[in-house]
Design a protein around this ligand. Sequence first.
Ligand code: ADP
Ligand code: MG
Length: 172
Amino acid sequence: MLLPNILLTGTPGVGKTTLGKELASGSGLKYINVGDLAQEGQLYDGYDEEYDCPILDEDRVVDELENQMSKGGVIVDYHGCDFFPEHWFHIVFVLQADNSVLYKRLETRGYNEKKLKDNIQCEIFQVLYEEALASYKEEIVHQLPSNKPEDPEDNINQILKWIEQWVKDHSS
Ligand code: ADP
Ligand code: MG
C-alpha cells in the first residue's frame, strides 16, 4: 500500500515531537526526528558559536533519508524545511503556539536569553510558515494550533482523516 510522507515543522517548542510521535502510533507511519538522526549519525558541518549548537549537514541528512522517503509512509519532524527535496512531502504542517505559551515552554528547556528571544521572534514573524510557503506548493501547507493539551488530539484526528483519503485516492 502506498502511504504519504508528512512534514511537521515550526519553531522549536511548538510541539512537533509531541504530535509526531502520537501521530505515528495512531497512523502506523514511521516517525523520524531530524535532530536525533543528525545527532546519531553526527551529520554536522561545523559548530555555531553564537547559538552554541552544531550546524546541520543538510546534504548528508537528505542522503541519509532519501531511501526511506522514496518508499513513503514517513513523518519528518524538524524546525526547518527549505533543504528537503520538494517532492518528498505530500503535506506540510506548520505548528504554531501563542508567544506566552511558547515562552514558558522554552524557558522550561533552559534556553538562554538570546536563544529565547530569537525563537519567540521566529514565531512572531512566522518564519517557518514563510519558509514552508516558499519551499512547497501553497495548497499542501497547513497551519496547526498547538497551545492546549487537547490540540494534539484534534490535530491527529484531522490528519488521520487526511491520510485515509490520500490512501483511497492513491490505491488502484
Ligand atoms: P518541539 O518538538 O516542536 O520542539 P515538543 O513536542 O518537544 O516541541 O513540545 C515542547 C513542550 O511543549 C513539551 O514540554 C510538550 O509537552 C509541550 N507541548 C507540546 N504540545 C503541546 C500542546 N498542544 N499543549 C500543551 N503543551 C504542549
Ligand atoms: Mg522536537
